[in-house]
Ligand binder design. Sequence first.
Ligand code: F6R
Length: 263
Amino acid sequence: MEITIARSYEEMSAISAGIIAREIKRKHDLVLGLATGDTPVGTYKELVKIFKEEGLDFSKVTTFNLDEYVGLPPLHKNSYNYFMWENLFKHINITPSKVFVPQGNTEDPEEFCAWYEAQIKKAGGIDLQILGIGGDGHIAFNEPGSSFASPTRVKALFEQTIVDNSRFFDKKEDVPRFAITMGVGTILEAKKILMIVNGKRKADVVAQFIEGPVTSQITASALQLHRHVNVVLDAEAASRLKRTEYYNWVRDNKHLVQKEVGR
Ligand code: F6R
């Protein structure tokens, strides 16, 4: 895992958008996995800026979102589909037929989940997956106890997630109890992963997933098993990490690796 500690939310967003833009420039038909929530809003704003100012081309990019609430139609103001169009898609030159968000109001969730997995495979797999982390340590809606081999499926939301996400709804009772979510297994199959985290309220869970044991009770800890993970944090989210000096040294001295190898 490569850990980058940014000074602020703004810097975290700029670094994350820079990583995504670099991957799109490298591969114009990138398959990009996307997350919703408060965390990536700044990153998406930065991407829109890069699109407007530098002409970053999204027209060949295919996107797959991590999750969607069961029962919400795509145009519902609390749906993740709506979130994505408001915060990113409508501001860039994405090709609508290349956008995939799980369909919350599907009549047959099981069949839909199998179809979604098949679409990811058909696209050649996810090149870069963006993630946030929940207060309970979840990635996507893989709540505590989710299998590390899990595919896209319907998952019941953990009480803490319902409470956390009630801020987006009029009242807690309106938060759906189930979501369609990519599995931990689906996420681990992505070629690269970019995890973004900000804020003091995530500091404990960040320390657990980076420096604690690998456990299905904190599903983000599964990322310790992945070959290519970038974690970009703001200073508050990083405040409970024990080895920040080491992470900063590694980040600032990457060029030395080249020197060592060249000897
Ligand atoms: C959203 C998702 C979730 C969020 C997580 C953090 O698509 O998959 O795992 O990334 O709940 O949410 P925020 O960013 O709102 O704190």
